[in-house]
Design a protein around this ligand. Structure first.
Ligand code: GLU
Length: 176
């Protein structure tokens, strides 16, 4: 598979990277012991307020870690609505202005592509059945898992490793 960032070194968010050295991370996360488990680009909200402004605010604070696309999912009534955009967060904000999302439960993501090009269909959140999720990092054995899931009838909409997790959880939910 071609490197999504034109041959740039893969830089999964898990493991504390974001272009920063361990020392810089230690400073950035001073007081927190688990520097190695720092995750980047994920925010969630559940409460009484509108979720979208809080999610966008959270994602803006994570922008320094680097990303190529962003997205949010919000629970609207009984269903979950997703908006995703390539490029800067301002593009997602524009899309959210054109098609407002209203709800008080949501998740947001900034993506640094490792598997699949940095385009809208590969941007998170990813959905499968009842599951909507965001993920930072790499699913090492995604190819085997994807082949198994496809053989079982699951249809994929992206080239990401992440989408296999949505299908796996949905499969488990269906199995009860
Ligand atoms: N591996 C996932 C993808 O390529 C997540 C990348 C990330 O950490 O943002 O979509």
């Amino acid at each position: 598979e071609a490197a999504p960032h034109g041959g740039a070194e893969l830089r999964p968010c898990t493991g504390g990277s974001g272009g920063r050295s361990d020392d810089q991370l230690r400073v950035a996360f001073q007081g927190k012991k688990e520097v190695e488990t720092v995750m980047c680009g994920i925010v969630g909200y559940i409460g009484d307020q509108e979720a979208v402004p809080i999610l966008i605010d959270g994602l803006a604070k994570l922008e320094y870690r680097g990303y190529d696309s962003s997205g949010v999912a919000v629970m609207e009534g009984g269903s979950i609505a997703v908006r995703r955009s390539v490029g800067k967060l301002v593009n997602l904000q524009k899309s959210l202005k054109e098609h407002e999302l209203k709800g008080t439960i949501g998740i947001g993501h900034t993506r640094w592509a490792t598997h699949g090009a940095p385009n809208t269909e590969n941007a998170h959140p990813h959905q499968a059945g009842r599951v909507t999720l965001v993920h930072n990092g790499i699913i090492e054995n995604f190819a085997e898992l994807k082949a198994e899931l496809q053989a079982a009838g699951h249809v994929f909409e992206s080239q990401t490793d992440t989408e296999v997790v949505a299908h796996l959880i949905d499969q488990a939910l269906q199995a009860g």
